[in-house]
Write a protein that binds this ligand. Structure first.
Ligand code: ACO
Length: 364
């Protein structure tokens, strides 16, 4: 018989087995294909994590150099689409423009589609940021990694090891994270056999929301509004009193600190001239916790990945309106892995709802 208990937000509902990643919300641990997050990002860059995620599906997975070559070739291929993208996306934000860009990729493109989407997003993003500054698009360099090339295409020259490593750590850290909203969305679309490009486009649309991947830009807006560390607690008092959501705080699964926050905080600390900003951010965190204790005693609220994402991307000189688009350029590797897994063994995802509307009068 159909159960009628509604699990709002699918809280705690398990919808699939996966080998991709596990989010342990009680212990604050993220495991990606058998590797703990800290160990993973210490030993692998973005291409290495993508190769790991894609292993076992015959898509170049398991072989980091094949992945690196596939992504580099796809970046060169996608660059040919940049003039059309720029013409079609005038006036759109970077993430809205990426939606257009993914929509332009034909299902018939002979490039393996996971390489195509993962190669296209950084190329499109760099060109979109350049046109906003009245700069020409910069062609990709296939000898570089995704992170190296993305920063080079944005800056017009190599950014230097510290910055390239910072971006690589970011892309690797956010590549996969269990059944988050965008990954689940991508899997729903993949379950209909609509194809990888459509599934990735759907994932991007889910990521765009401020409760998911749209949070880091507003984190910086919040830090700007707070301005001085000694104003933080008062600012949060007001936020709790008015029911304002604290951006970069809270998580559905983590009951303790999001482990990605610490990995990204360490990555910020490795960049030059960030000590003052980090100290301010730490004071703001303390202000939020102090205000939380007063307004919602007993409730936990920790910073999530987006809080230190904001500081890292700011230190990399990425404009805040591009943060969500950059998140997509990392998470896309995970979406592809989940799409492979879904396509290989999954059934069409088709849950049911509990009808609470009026019913026809069958007796009449
Ligand atoms: N600020 C203030 N209160 C919060 C916040 C927050 N950021 N997050 C949760 N709460 C409170 C809620 O008000 C609620 O309190 P109540 O029980 O007194 O009513 C309680 O915590 C539970 O909140 P829910 O909305 O039910 O939690 P849910 O699991 O649905 O939401 C979410 C998770 C969307 C991430 C939420 O914490 C949030 O809105 N955070 C801010 C946006 C953000 O940073 N998003 C990025 C998340 S990480 C990612 O997706 C990559």
């Amino acid at each position: 018989m159909l159960q009628t208990r509604v699990d709002s937000g699918l809280d705690g509902v398990i919808v699939a087995d996966t080998v991709m990643s596990e989010v342990d919300g009680e212990a604050g641990r993220l495991t990606v294909r058998g590797h703990g997050l800290q160990e993973l990002v210490a030993n692998r860059g973005y291409e290495g994590v993508a190769a790991l995620l894609w292993e076992g599906y015959g898509k170049g997975g398991g072989d980091e150099s094949a992945v690196r070559e596939g992504l580099a070739a796809a970046r060169v291929h996608a660059y040919a689409l940049v003039p059309r993208l720029l013409a079609a996306s005038a006036g759109l934000s970077p993430v809205e423009a990426l939606r257009v860009g993914l929509g332009m990729l034909p299902d018939t493109d002979p490039t393996p589609h996971h390489f195509l989407v993962c190669g296209a997003l950084p190329v499109f993003l760099a060109a979109l940021l350049n046109v906003r500054r009245d700069l020409p698009a910069v062609a990709p360099d296939p000898s570089l990694t995704t992170a190296q090339d993305l920063l080079r295409m944005i800056r017009g020259q190599r950014a230097g090891e510290a910055f390239e490593k910072g971006l690589d750590t970011y892309l690797a850290t956010v590549a996969d994270h269990g059944f988050n909203a965008s990954t689940f969305t991508a899997r729903v679309v993949a379950s209909t056999h609509a194809g990888l490009i459509s599934a990735v486009l759907a994932g991007l649309c889910a990521l765009k929301g401020p409760l998911h991947g749209g949070a880091p830009g507003p984190v910086l807006d919040m830090l700007d509004e707070i301005g001085e560390a000694d104003r933080a607690e008062g600012w949060f008092d007001e936020a709790f009193a008015t029911g304002t959501r604290l951006m970069g705080f809270g998580h559905r699964v983590y009951k303790v600190r999001d482990p990605r926050a610490d990995v990204l905080k360490a990555a910020v600390a490795r960049l030059p001239s960030t000590a003052g900003r980090l100290a301010f951010a730490a004071e703001v965190e303390k202000g939020a916790i102090a205000a939380l204790r007063k307004h919602k005693p007993g409730q936990r609220l920790e910073t999530n990945v987006e809080y230190y994402t904001a500081l890292l991307l700011e230190a990399l000189d990425i404009p805040r309106e591009a943060f969500t688009a950059l998140f997509a350029a990392g998470r896309v590797a995970g979406w592809c892995a989940h799409i492979f897994e879904q396509e290989k063994g999954g059934r069409i995802i088709r849950p049911q709802s509990n009808y609470v509307g009026p019913r026809p009068n069958l007796a009449a």
